[in-house]
Design a protein around this ligand. Structure first.
Ligand code: HEM
Length: 211
C-alpha cells in the first residue's frame, strides 16, 4: 500500500483528491465575493472583504500548485517551471497566512478561542516555514527545501481538508458537529495532517518514498 502511494503520480493524485473540496469552495468564493452573492452563513466574513477574497484566491493557487510541485518527474523535466510555480506557491501561502490572520482580527468569530489561537499560530508557522523553504531552495539545500515545503503544505492544507472527516461523521450520526466538539475534531485533524507531513518527510529522507 505504502509503495503504491510512494509513486509520484498516485501521491499527487491523493493530494488532489484530499484538497478538491477546499479548492473548489475557495474558487467559488473568488467569484462570489466581488459579485456579492455570498451564502448567508458566510455573510459575516464580508466585514473584511479584501482579506476574505485574497484568502480564497491564495487558497486556490496554494491548493492547485502544491500537488504539482511534489511530482518529481515534473521537477526534473521542467526545472524552470518548478521554480516559477514555487515562487507563486510561496506567495500564495504567505497571502493565505496573512489574510487568515486578517480574518481572525477583523471578523467576529464563531469558533472557540482554542481553534482561533491554533489558526493564528498555524498561520504564522506557515509563513515562517515557507520562507525557510524558499531560502533552502535558493541555497541549493535540496533535502531541507523539500522537507520545509512538505511541512508548509501540511500546515496550509491540514485544516482546510477537515471535510474529509466531518462529512463521514455527519453521514454516520446524521448531525453536523458544532461548538467545542467540532473545533476539537478540526484541531485534531489539523495536528494529524501536520504529523502525517512529518512522517512523509521521514519516509522521503530514508528513501522509502520518492516524491
Ligand atoms: C494556515 C492555513 C489557514 C488558516 C489559518 C486559515 C484561516 C481561515 C480563517 C480564520 C477563516 C475565517 C473562518 C470563519 O470565521 O468562519 C478562513 C476562511 C476560509 N478559508 Fe482558510 N485558512 C487556512 C487555509 C485555507 C486553505 C488552504 C483554503 C483553500 C484551499 C482556505 C479557504 C478558505 C475559504 C474559502 C474561507 C472562507 C469560507 C467562507 O466563505 O465561508 N483556507 N480561513
Amino acid at each position: 500500500m505504502i509503495r503504491l502511494f510512494a509513486r509520484p503520480m498516485p501521491f499527487a493524485l491523493l493530494l488532489i483528491f484530499a484538497s478538491f473540496i477546499p479548492v473548489m469552495m475557495a474558487a467559488v468564493r473568488v467569484l462570489q465575493i466581488p459579485a456579492g452573492w455570498l451564502p448567508e452563513d458566510s455573510l459575516r466574513l464580508s466585514a473584511a472583504p479584501a482579506a476574505h477574497w485574497l484568502h480564497a484566491l491564495a487558497g486556490v493557487w496554494f491548493g492547485l500548485l502544491g500537488p504539482v510541485q511534489f511530482v518529481r518527474a515534473l521537477r526534473l523535466r521542467f526545472g524552470r517551471l518548478h521554480r516559477v510555480a514555487g515562487r507563486v506557491f510561496v506567495l500564495a501561502g504567505i497571502v493565505m497566512g496573512l489574510s487568515g490572520l486578517g480574518l481572525l482580527m477583523r471578523v467576529e468569530s464563531i469558533a472557540t478561542p482554542l481553534l482561533d489561537i491554533a489558526r493564528a499560530v498555524f498561520s504564522a508557522a506557515l509563513i515562517a516555514v515557507l520562507l525557510l523553504g524558499l531560502r533552502a531552495g535558493r541555497t541549493g539545500q535540496r533535502g531541507a527545501h523539500r522537507a520545509w515545503m512538505i511541512r508548509a503544505y501540511a500546515l496550509g492544507m491540514g485544516g482546510a481538508t477537515v471535510a474529509l472527516v466531518m462529512l463521514p461523521l455527519y453521514l454516520i450520526t446524521g448531525e453536523a458537529l458544532s461548538g467545542l466538539p467540532s473545533d476539537l475534531v478540526f484541531l485534531a485533524w489539523w495536528v494529524i495532517m501536520i504529523a502525517l507531513g512529518e512522517w512523509v518527510i521521514r519516509m522521503v529522507s530514508i528513501r522509502e518514498f520518492r516524491i
